[in-house]
Design a binder for this molecule. Structure first.
Ligand code: SAH
Length: 384
């Protein structure tokens, strides 16, 4: 039982720089620059105990301990892969868990971050959808994923960074957890935080049109849009959200976003599923959608298509498109002057690929059992 007389402590991972400055000034009655000092202890040196923050006076350290705390997510499982990919299963509140994945590649290191426990959008080819929606993550739980990975990697901001990019492509729909995601992305880009360049933090969405417009106004990150089909009939089948925001409306919001963020390209993700959306006719239709977008925004390489070979998971009815057909699909787009890349699959041996992030929300009984097992440190297969 918690003591009702005890002051509630604020988890500093929940605050961005402005929030920290306000907290120091108004709650603690301290100078704002103290907020920056504490952020550097947390995000540059991975120190969470105020008593170890040696350039703060004793009185301030005690005041901090009374009003605040720094609580990163619990690491339940820590799984390195043979190709350098690394996956963490993180405990959030004693009940829920989510996954974050680190993918190193030629001079950069990308962390794939989750925004919700589960997801409610029900995209047909995504394993998170099979788990349903549980709840939004707090800012602390979102930035906490970066903190855990960066500390593990010995990441030093501004100096030989190991963590160079963040993509909000883990579990959940980030635009349905707008405030917490925007606040966490602000810490990712803050010099007192992880100091990443704006274009190295990417938000990926299934296409919530009004929220794309709000993002354009309130944040300055890269945008990725999960398209997956070039016509409404097929897209509604794969991404049910398309019924509410069909392709024409979605693309119009992308045009508004691109025009507002001059010279920033938008990435369109397209997961290739055998015999479903991978035919030459689909590629030609997609090229048309992309050309229309580029003509509307009128700058070179405004759109990038990212082809993702489907990653299978147990129980799915979809299959991965053959390599040769992926190349043929790409060629049709390239011939139509659409910048198109094929995403390499990584972390196969630890189920760390796109759309395979799980967490622990399968069903409540199973989830509780899994959680207890993990807390007791039992191996994965012990659940079966
Ligand atoms: N809700 C957001 C972010 C999470 S999904 C969004 O929809 O963009 C991140 C990316 O992984 C999306 O492009 C998604 O469509 C893709 N993805 C999901 N399941 C996949 C699978 N089984 N194989 C390959 N890519 C998948």
């Amino acid at each position: 039982m918690s003591d009702p007389a005890a002051p509630t402590r604020i988890n500093l991972l929940d605050l961005d720089r402005v929030g920290m400055e306000n907290f120091f000034e108004h709650t603690l009655g301290e100078k704002r620059f103290r907020a920056h000092q504490v952020m550097k202890w947390i995000y540059h040196r991975y120190v969470t105990a105020f008593e170890d923050m040696t350039d703060l006076g004793k009185v301030l350290r005690e005041k901090l301990a009374q009003h605040a705390e720094v609580v990163p997510p619990n690491i339940l499982l820590d799984k390195p892969s043979s190709d350098g990919t690394h996956k963490w299963l993180l405990g959030m509140d004693g009940k829920n868990a989510i996954e974050a994945v680190y993918i190193p590649d030629k001079g950069r290191g990308t962390l794939c971050v989750s925004s919700q426990v589960g997801c409610g959008l029900n995209c047909q080819f995504c394993s998170t959808a099979t788990q349903g929606f549980n709840r939004n993550l707090s800012s602390a739980e979102i930035i906490g994923q970066c903190w855990v990975a960066a500390r593990h990697l010995g990441n030093v901001p501004h100096h030989q960074r190991r963590l160079t990019n963040v993509v909000m492509m883990g579990m959940g729909e980030p635009l349905l957890n707008f405030d917490n995601v925007v606040r966490a992305m602000s810490v990712m880009r803050d010099d007192n935080g992880f100091g990443l360049a704006n274009k190295r933090v990417t938000l990926s969405t299934a296409g919530l049109v009004p929220m794309i417009d709000r993002l354009a106004e309130e944040s300055d990150v890269s945008l990725a849009v999960s398209l997956h089909a070039p016509n409404d009939e097929l897209r509604t089948e794969l991404v049910p959200l398309n019924k509410k925001y069909p392709i024409a409306e979605l693309m119009a919001s992308c045009v508004r976003y691109a025009l507002r963020k001059k010279r920033q390209s938008i990435t369109f993700e397209y997961t290739l599923m055998k015999g479903v959306n991978d035919q030459p006719e689909h590629a030609r239709q997609l090229a048309k959608v992309m050309r229309k977008f580029s003509n509307a925004v009128q700058y070179a390489d405004a759109a990038k298509v990212n082809l993702i070979p489907f990653n299978p998971f147990p129980g799915t009815r979809f299959e991965r498109t053959e390599e040769s057909e992926v190349r043929a699909f790409q060629k049709i787009l390239l011939d139509a002057q659409v910048l198109t890349m094929v995403r390499r699959t990584r972390g196969d041996d630890i189920d760390a690929a796109c759309g395979q992030l799980k967490g622990q929300v399968v069903d409540r009984t199973r989830r509780q059992a899994d959680f207890k097992r993990l807390q007791n440190g039992l191996p994965d297969h012990a659940a079966a």
